[in-house]
Design a protein around this ligand. Structure first.
Ligand code: PLP
Length: 431
């Protein structure tokens, strides 16, 4: 019998193979048929230290026998308290900036982003109730951004074939051009203009330093710092979506650190549990929280989902945070990043490739080709090519990128880069 499963981002009509994975360890996936795959993209950007990390697996097993799930409205539990305290300690700080001191739990990156938007709009709504400002509803976004697939998250992301069916439902936003190297001034001028427009924006939301699904587009920390400064100057809330960039991917725990930026609101998810279980958090400064703080029930923050702060997921996150505190994770990432940089520069010398780029443990390169559109069959053909060579990669159009778990060793890196070089030979159409 064929499987009844309807897979995400999958065109079942093309009949592409859907491998069945029975086990995973470190950077390796074991298939039902005995083959193994190197997980080159951390199972969609979530696995950080490696699959089935023993400390995280043990924490899950222990918690599952003590307290599994608890209504989180009006109740609390130790794993959530511990994770929240650690998050507040670990998130970016800067002299003269309010710290991120409040933690709201949810269960996916999209939800964490929706919560961030609702907090920002709730802030302006409640300020307006107090007569402190006019209400504000406009959201500013960065061109090529991606923030998830729910309706609100799609509204603030790049529009295209992947959300055309719902376009009439998506709300209007102000789009700031992506800061291409050398053209950062255009981005900052557009942001300045949007912040001083007659309809004052409520917030700007950005993926700090790396736009993931938009094509692994990297921009300079100075631009991130300047964007945050413009927002602060015009009293526009600055929201950092660290769902992908968080947990060490860019070489620091959070990307905002590299720019000395403390956002007003920050969304984290993916690697928060080391990649073992779904959990997300939206952090906010005290002024966002205080705008909702009252004896008036009408002003409370109206958001929840059933599994908010699930105790088992929080225990996994607590174990992940302990690993970050007690082990030299950043050292491991630096070594991996160095190995990736060496091999990427060798690849970049080939005529099949252009635009090599890297930040921390994220590396990307574009295949020179005439046919790079989103609906081109290049990406699925590349996917199949890498699968045949025992490597899980999922190129974005003609952009091949790596975002491996931090335990990937140099032999595995060699295998991955050898396959990349072969893909260049097989698929590139040099000009
Ligand atoms: C993946 C991603 C999301 C959505 O997270 P989900 O857990 O898949 O809902 C949001 N923002 C960014 C930057 C992401 O990369």
């Amino acid at each position: 019998m064929t499987s009844p499963i309807w897979h995400p981002f999958t065109q079942h009509g093309l009949g592409e193979p859907i491998p069945n994975v029975v086990r995973a360890q470190g950077a390796v996936l074991h298939l039902e048929d005995g083959r193994t795959l190197i997980d080159g993209i951390s199972s969609w950007w979530v696995t950080t230290h490696g699959h089935c990390h023993p400390r995280i697996a043990a924490a899950i097993a222990t918690q599952a026998q003590a307290l599994d799930q608890l209504i989180f409205a009006g109740y609390t539990h130790d794993p959530a308290e511990e994770v929240a305290r650690s998050l507040v300690e670990l998130t970016p700080r800067a002299e003269g900036r309010d710290a991120l001191s409040r933690v709201f739990f949810s269960d996916s990156g999209s939800t964490a982003v929706e919560v961030a938007l609702k907090m920002a709009l709730g802030y302006w709504h409640n300020r307006a109730l107090d007569g402190l400002s006019a209400p504000r509803h406009r959201i500013l976004v960065l061109e090529h951004g991606y923030h998830g697939d729910t309706i609100g998250a799609m509204s603030i992301g790049e529009r295209g074939v992947y959300n055309a069916a719902w376009a009439p439902l998506l709300f209007d936003v102000g789009t700031i051009p992506f800061p291409h190297p050398g053209r950062e001034g255009e981005t900052l001028a557009a942001l300045e203009a949007a912040c001083t427009a007659p309809e004052k924006p409520a917030a700007l939301i950005v993926e700090p330093l790396v736009l993931g699904a938009g094509g692994m587009l990297i921009y300079a920390p100075a631009v991130l710092r300047d964007m945050a400064a413009i927002c602060a100057r015009h009293d526009v809330l600055f929201i950092a979506d660290e769902v992908m960039t968080g947990w060490g991917r860019t070489g620091t725990l959070f990307a905002c650190e590299q720019a000395g930026v403390v956002p007003d609101i920050m969304a984290v998810a993916k690697g928060i549990t080391g990649g073992a279980l779904p959990l997300a958090a939206t952090l906010a400064t005290s002024r966002i929280f205080d705008a909702h703080y009252s004896t008036d029930r009408a002003r409370l923050f109206y958001h929840s989902s059933s599994y908010t702060a699930n105790a088992i997921a929080c225990a996994a996150a607590a174990a992940n945070l302990a690993i970050w505190r007690e082990e030299d994770v950043l050292g491991r990432i630096a070594a991996l990043s160095h190995g990736m940089a060496q091999r990427l520069s060798a690849l970049a010398g080939r005529p099949a490739f252009e635009n090599p780029r890297q930040l921390g443990a994220i590396a990307a390169i574009d295949l020179v080709t005439a046919d790079a559109g989103y609906l081109s069959d290049l990406a699925p053909r590349l996917r199949a090519f890498f699968l045949d060579r025992g490597i899980l990669l999922r190129p974005l159009g003609n952009t091949i990128y790596l975002m491996p778990p931090y335990c990937l060793d140099s032999d595995q890196l060699d295998l991955v880069f050898a396959a990349l070089a072969q893909a260049g030979d097989a698929f590139a159409i040099p000009a």
